[in-house]
Design a protein around this ligand. Structure first.
Ligand SMILES: [Fe+2]
Ligand SMILES: [Fe+2]
Length: 383
């Protein structure tokens, strides 16, 4: 009899898309694991412990019951697939954040360490697996939205360069987080890797099919909180001049309040809410996403979709995929499934005496969202 106590997460529908689910669990025995729903079935050879699998080719926007079977047990999981956003699929991209390359310890008292003996440090192997899985999902471009390094040190940025160089064919945009500019023992590089991917220190943008991607540096050197002072006008100008929907990526989260309701401190109101209101007044649909909190949440400000996505390196260990359609956008937050990554992130769930395991994930409907545009999207066919 398998028990799913505080030390391991129960089997669950972790991610839901329009035609696909990701199931994840903290501890199943070695052997075949089977998932069935509708006409779809998948069987994997599980090595034991934490794991994940995908169930594909499901009907969109439908209540689904998944049967999950393993050696000696089974469970039924109920969920609902997302509606496909209106119009043709135009592009797919992914985001990662809070890789904290160079980090060694985790937990409130920094007492949790990787004792697996794996030769690759856990932050690097989580980040590398996240990118590989995002590419396999179909991401054509990667936004890296800060806290790439644990500290502003040459050693940690060398790891970042190695990570960037490991994916030479994947276009990337890169912004810093507070850890990248903490002034610990080095200086943040201007560019990273052999391709010289620039660390954007103000505002930059790139137009892809169906969306203008805008990235902005909200960091304050030596501080954890963020600011829009240097970049607010630049982001709004680039959003206002876009001929298509706009997707904005920053590091620190936009607090709805002046005082933070949770740790860590992000970007305080009213600057945060004024920024969102300016974006909401534009004629184009706007999505804003951030990292920094290492948790998954979403909300709307007017018609602006606002999301936070968790870290690659600690529970639940995620990246986000975005499918851009003519008539909307779909976000999916997926757990990194590689065994060498999920074994660490499942262990890291125990931080804060297990509270981290409950705090960080957010609800499924905050992680996985099908968001139809409610305003002009006539850009769509004009690339
Ligand atoms: Fe972080
Ligand atoms: Fe951060």
């Amino acid at each position: 009899m398998i028990r799913f106590g505080p030390a391991s997460s129960p089997p669950q529908v972790w991610a839901v898309e329009d035609t696909r689910l990701q199931l994840a669990w903290g501890n199943l025995p070695a052997g075949p694991v089977t998932a069935r729903a509708c006409e779809a079935e998948v069987v994997i050879d599980h090595r034991g412990g934490p794991g994940a699998l995908d169930l594909d080719h499901l009907p969109a926007d439908r209540a689904i019951t998944v049967e999950l079977l393993w050696d000696g047990g089974s469970t039924s999981l109920r969920t609902r697939t997302l509606p496909t956003p209106p119009g043709a699929l135009l592009s797919r991209f992914a985001t990662i954040s809070d890789m904290h390359l160079g980090a060694v310890r985790w937990g409130a008292l920094k007492t949790m360490r990787d004792t697996s003996g794996h030769p690759v440090p856990h932050p690097y192997r989580c980040a590398e697996a996240a990118i590989a899985e995002a590419v396999a999902w179909g991401a054509e471009l990667l936004l890296i939205k800060g806290d790439t390094a644990q500290h502003e040190s040459d050693r940690d940025f060398e790891e970042l360069a190695r990570l960037v160089d490991a994916f030479p064919d994947l276009p990337m945009m890169l912004i810093p987080g507070n850890h990248d500019v903490d002034g610990r023992s080095g200086t943040i590089p201007l560019t990273v890797g052999q391709r010289a991917v620039p660390f954007v220190r103000r505002v930059d943008h790139l137009d892809i099919a169906g969306a203008r991607l805008v990235v902005a540096d909200t960091t304050v050197p030596g501080r954890g909180w963020g600011t829009l002072a240097r970049v607010c006008d630049g982001v709004v100008e680039r959003a206002a001049s876009a001929d298509r929907p706009v997707f904005v990526a920053i590091h620190q989260q936009l607090q709805p309040t002046r005082l933070p309701r949770q740790w860590p401190i992000g970007i305080a109101a009213p600057a945060s809410t004024d920024f969102l209101s300016r974006l909401d007044q534009l004629s184009r649909p706007v999505t804003v996403t951030s990292g920094h909190t290492h948790r998954n949440r979403s909300r709307t400000h007017g018609d602006v979709l606002v999301t936070e996505v968790g870290s690659t390196k600690d529970w639940p260990g995620v990246w986000a995929g975005y499918a851009v359609h003519e008539g909307g956008i779909r976000q999916v937050v997926r757990r990194i499934a590689a065994p060498a990554a999920i074994s660490w992130t499942e262990y890291s769930r125990g931080a804060l005496r297990g509270l981290w395991g409950m705090w960080s994930p957010g609800r499924l409907d905050e992680r996985c969202i099908s968001h139809a545009w409610v305003r002009d999207s006539s850009y769509a066919s004009g690339q």
